[in-house]
Structure formats: structure tokens, C-alpha cells
Design a binder for this molecule. Structure first.
Ligand code: SF4
Length: 596
């Protein structure tokens, strides 16, 4: 008997505008102990499917019209809510949701939440329950489990929270796990460790996994079989390797292409004129030490120097908290620098002379990460886009509007969009509005702070294409921050790899991507699932979390996580060692190279 199958499932969604079919699935099945991937961009019905399986779909507006969902021969659609709650959810099927913060209760400690679940589903109390909770946290590789139990969700890092959520999901002994984009918004290193953990637990507990994702790269690493969901229908399914190597449907081909693009590097740039020079830039924050009045220094950016030539794209990569955003915000004078200088076209950008200050602000613009927060919801698009024109230009009335219309058309929007509000647009369209705004003052340098992290794969590919076209058209210079190394690989001519406030490797993108030298860069690149190398064997994860910049490790700050660390590393003071003309690495391993 097949362990899990879905047959002729039709789900409607009723709105004021009419009835919409959100799921229309003929058939798919999952064998016991295997992993089945459901892939599609946002809005294709992936999460609706997961909620329908668990009878958690809100009805109305949802309505299950027909079909059956069989788990071990039991039709879940015919099971009463009471039985679902007492015997199925948690005990037979567990689910890991996308956002661990929203599925944990922020006002209870991890311990309280785990003990409640254990008491209810396992009937354990007191020390027995506590021991079980500690075992579960140990199983998901959370060190210091007893301490973790006393913490509130906000006191944990993203990776730790997701591990707690996995422990909570597995507390009740379910053999079928639905993982709904479990690594969304996580760094590549944490993503890799969570994927490896899930794979290990699946093997150990003989679990069956339904893995929901929008990334063919992740599915290629994790899933035995895969189905492509488009418009609520499964348009293609089969062995993951067959789907990736020989996609049949145009939509599947696009998904595979979107994942493969990340393997193609941007060409080198041959510019000579320096546009931006950053010299020994530091940004330290004063933070309170617990409840005492004593202050400590958090070194968010610590002695960073680099040059950017006209027309170049510099990609800055590194895990969350490494100082990427603080670095660009300090360059843009959005943060007061603690030390160092920034030179733009030969002028010191930190000397607050009105004339040079205005020229710097006009010439350097930024596109923020989240298009949902970076646009004023009460303004018409025309006013959002015209903000830099009003600040630095002299256009009024019809001229102002025609400039806005031109900018909107340049980013692929229509002039009618000028009189709409941001909420009337999708995520990708909003990011186009933000890009139009960034170009309004005819800048020379545009900083892109994670420009595609909040949008789905197709919009991401379109936005990246648009950014490349605009860069060529206006001879723009860009600084691109991203935790998605694929995005950086496509766009950047140069790469700066940051760890704990410092640049640990810097060089031409093709060299850094093809021949990374610093152990941290290598670990970062090895964490990414690659569509051309299927299976989890090709993912190597970086253990441990980034240390606190308040109290960084002595010597090379990476030595606590470095696979190549030697005794000297905890005392050696890192400095850039050139391994090629423009390529430097701060690592003791290259000291000999320098001496030769
Ligand atoms: Fe690793 Fe030592 Fe190099 Fe730091 S200096 S990256 S710890 S080998």
C-alpha cells in the first residue's frame, strides 16, 4: 500500500470577486521513508496544500470541493477535527512552518512550550518531561540544551529557532513531516546545517518528508522525487534528477534555469577611474552591559578599506550580522563613522561641506531590501519616485511628471502606475518602483541592499536582468549586498567577503568564485546546494554561529569555526596578503605565499 497519496483534490477560494480554484491536483504519492518535493513560486498553492492535508485550511473562504488525502489508508479529509487534533496532528503528521518566530509563542520560554507539547502528547510530567525535552534539543544539535529551555524565542538566533521548531515538531513522534520552506530567510550556512539535520533525522527516524520550496537548488539536494506546482495543478512530477536534467514543461524549465543562472559568473570589468575609495572605515556602537550603566563596544565594521572603479559592481557577502549593511550605511553617512574616510570622486564624503555633501547624496542612492517597508504607503507612486527629484532637482509640474513616467517605463512599469499606491503592486513591481526612485537623481553609484531577497524566483530573475540593463544604460557603479551568493555571482565583478566586521577576502569575482582561498569563503560556497550536483553529499556546512562582535575571538576571529585553524591562529593578527594582483586574503595559510 502506498504510504501517502493525494487524489483528485480540488480546493476553491471564495472572494467577493468570485470563486477561484486554488488547488486542482490529479494525483501524487509518496513512499514511506522518502522525500517528496513540491516546487513552485509564491501563490501557486504549496502552502494551501500543506494546510489542507492537516485540515488547517480556513473554510470559508477556502472550500474543499472533492478529493481524498490518504495517509496509511486513512482519508484525512474524512477524519473529524477532534480526531485530527488528538491522533493525527503532531502524532502522525508534523509540520515545520516557514517562519519559526511566528509559530512559537513569544511570551513563553522554549521550555514551557516544549513541556506543554510533551505533556499533552506523550503524557510525561516533571523530570521525565524535562529529560525528554533536553534529549529532543540534543537530537536537533542544540548545544547547551538546558540553557536553551530557559530562553524566549527572541533570544535565539534564526538557526537556533528553526532547530527548536524541528524539535517541537518531532516531540510527538510523527513519522510524516511537512516542511514548508523551512530554510527561507536563513543564511546559506544555517540553511545547509538545517538541511543536513533534517536529512539525518529523516534517516534516523525513518520519516517521510513532504518538502515545500521555491528553489530547485534546494530540492535537487534534498528530495528523491519532485512535483512542480503551477496555478494549483501539478504540471510535472518524477524523480528529482529526471526533472532537473530533462524538464518537460516550460514552467519547469524556467525554474531550473532560474536556479542554474546562479552558476554563471559576471565578466571582469576593465575600468580604471576610481569612483569610491574607503579607507580604514570603522563603525563601533556603544551598547549597554546587561542592566548596568557600563558600556561595551560592538565593532560592527572594523578597519575596512577598498576601492571601487567606475562601472564596477562590488558584491559584499557574508552571514547575517557580519557587518555588510552597517558598512554601506556608514559609507552613505546614514551612520556616523567611528573612524576612517570615504572618498567619492576624489572628495572626502565625510567633510560635511554643504556643496560636496549634496553632490554625494545626489550621486549615491540606495535600493533597500524590503520593498514593502521602503515605500511610503500613503504616497502616490509619482511622489515616491520624484522624492530625489524634489530634493536635488528643479523639475516641477508637467516636467516632473514626465520624468517620473520615463523612469517608470525604464523599469518596466506603465505611466498609469504613477497614480497608484504601493499596496496595489506585487513585491517584484514594488522593487521596480524602488529602483526607479533610486535612479531619479541620475546617480553614479547605486547601493543594492539585498534587492531580491523578499521576492520570488521569477521576479528575482527579472529584477536582476533589469538591474544589469540599467547599469549598462547609465554606466552605473553598484555595491550589491546579498546573502545569496548566486545573485552576487551573476552581477558582481568584484567580491568582498566579510566576517565579523572585517573583509577576509577581496578580489575579482571570477577568481573568488572559481578559486576561493580563505577558509571562510570556501565554507560559505560549499554550503550552497548546486543544481548540477544533486544530493546532500555535496553540501558541507560550517559549524557554529558567528561570534558576538562585542567580544570577538582573539587573533583571527574565524579561528573558532575554521577547519584549518592552528595554534597560532588565536594569536595571529590578520592582515591582507595578496595572492594575486587584486586578490587578497587575511589568513595565516598564505603567509608563506607572501614571502616567496
Ligand atoms: Fe583559519 Fe587560521 Fe586562516 Fe583564520 S588564520 S582563517 S583560523 S587558518
Amino acid at each position: 500500500m502506498v504510504y501517502f497519496e493525494v487524489n483528485n483534490l480540488i480546493v476553491h477560494h471564495r472572494t467577493y470577486e468570485g470563486v477561484e480554484t486554488v488547488l486542482d491536483i490529479d494525483h501524487f504519492e509518496i513512499d514511506k521513508g522518502t522525500t517528496f518535493g513540491i516546487v513552485g513560486e509564491s501563490g501557486q498553492g504549496k502552502t494551501v496544500l500543506a494546510l489542507t492535508i492537516l485540515q488547517l485550511l480556513q473554510c470559508p473562504p477556502g472550500e474543499i470541493i472533492s478529493g481524498e488525502i490518504l495517509l496509511d489508508g486513512i482519508d484525512l479529509l474524512k477524519v473529524s477535527q477532534r480526531k485530527m487534533q488528538q491522533q493525527i496532528r503532531g502524532r502522525k503528521i508534523a509540520m515545520i512552518f516557514q517562519d519559526p518566530m511566528s509559530c512559537m509563542n513569544p511570551v513563553f520560554t522554549v521550555g514551557k512550550q516544549m513541556l506543554d507539547v510533551i505533556a499533552k502528547n506523550r503524557g510525561l510530567k516533571g523530570t521525565e518531561a524535562l529529560d525528554f525535552a533536553i534529549d529532543m534539543l540534543g537530537m536537533v544539535r542544540l548545544s547547551d540544551a538546558e540553557n536553551t529551555l530557559t530562553k524566549y524565542p527572541h533570544q535565539l538566533s534564526g538557526g537556533q529557532r528553526q532547530r527548536v521548531v524541528i524539535a517541537l515538531a518531532l516531540c510527538c513522534g510523527a513519522e510524516f513531516l511537512i516542511a514548508d520552506e523551512p530554510t527561507r530567510n536563513l543564511d546559506v550556512t544555517i540553511q545547509a546545517s538545517i538541511l543536513l539535520l533534517l536529512k539525518e533525522l529523516q534517516t534516523k527516524l525513518n520519516m517521510t518528508v513532504l518538502f515545500i520550496s521555491n528553489s530547485m537548488g534546494l530540492v535537487s539536494a534534498f528530495c528523491d522525487r519532485t512535483a512542480i506546482l503551477s496555478g494549483g495543478k501539478i504540471i510535472e512530477q518524477g524523480n528529482t534528477s529526471d526533472i532537473i536534467l530533462n524538464p518537460q514543461q516550460a514552467y519547469t524549465k524556467l525554474l531550473v534555469e532560474a536556479a542554474s543562472l546562479s552558476n554563471k559568473s559576471a565578466p571582469a570589468h576593465s575600468g580604471v577611474e576610481v569612483l569610491l575609495k574607503v579607507e580604514h572605515l570603522k563603525k563601533y556602537f556603544e551598547v549597554s552591559k546587561g542592566l548596568s550603566k557600563n558600556k561595551q563596544q560592538l565593532k560592527a565594521v572594523d578597519d575596512v578599506s577598498f576601492e571601487l572603479k567606475k562601472g564596477e559592481v562590488l558584491g559584499i557577502v557574508g552571514e547575517s550580522g557580519c557587518g555588510k549593511s552597517t558598512l554601506v550605511n556608514t559609507i552613505l553617512s546614514l551612520f556616523e563613522p567611528t573612524g576612517g574616510d570615504v572618498w567619492f570622486e576624489g572628495q572626502n564624503a565625510f567633510l560635511k561641506k554643504k556643496k560636496t555633501d549634496n553632490a554625494f547624496k545626489k550621486n549615491v542612492q540606495i535600493v533597500f531590501q524590503d520593498p514593502f517597508w521602503s515605500l511610503n504607503p500613503r504616497w502616490f507612486v509619482k511622489d515616491i519616485v520624484a522624492e530625489p527629484i524634489d530634493a536635488y532637482g528643479k523639475l516641477k509640474g508637467g516636467e516632473r511628471l514626465s520624468r517620473v513616467n520615463k523612469l517608470l517605463e525604464m523599469v518596466g512599469l506603465h505611466k498609469e502606475d504613477a497614480f497608484k499606491y504601493p499596496h496595489e503592486f506585487s513585491g517584484g513591481q514594488r522593487q521596480r518602483i524602488a529602483i526607479a526612485r533610486s535612479l531619479a537623481s541620475n546617480p553614479k553609484l547605486v547601493v543594492l541592499d539585498e534587492p531580491t531577497s523578499s521576492i520570488d524566483v521569477f521576479s528575482q530573475a527579472q529584477i536582476l536582468g533589469l538591474l544589469k540593463d540599467l547599469k549598462d544604460e547609465f554606466n552605473l557603479t553598484n555595491i550589491l549586498i546579498s546573502h545569496d551568493l548566486g545573485v552576487v555571482n551573476q552581477m558582481a565583478n568584484k567580491i568582498a567577503v566579510m566576517y565579523l566586521g572585517k573583509i577576509v577576502e577581496f578580489g575579482p569575482a571570477s577568481e573568488v568564485f572559481n578559486d576561493p582561498r580563505h577558509p571562510y569563503t570556501k565554507a560559505l560556497f560549499n554550503s550552497i546546494p548546486k543544481i548540477d550536483k544533486m544530493g546532500m553529499e555535496n553540501i558541507v556546512t560550517l559549524e557554529g554561529t558567528i561570534p558576538s562582535p562585542i567580544n570577538p575571538p582573539s587573533g583571527c576571529s574565524f579561528h573558532t569555526r575554521c577547519a584549518n585553524a592552528c595554534e597560532a591562529c588565536s594569536e595571529w593578527n590578520p592582515y591582507p596578503i595578496y595572492v594575486d594582483k587584486e586578490h587578497y586574503v587575511s589568513c595565516i595559510l598564505y603567509e608563506e605565499t607572501k614571502e616567496e
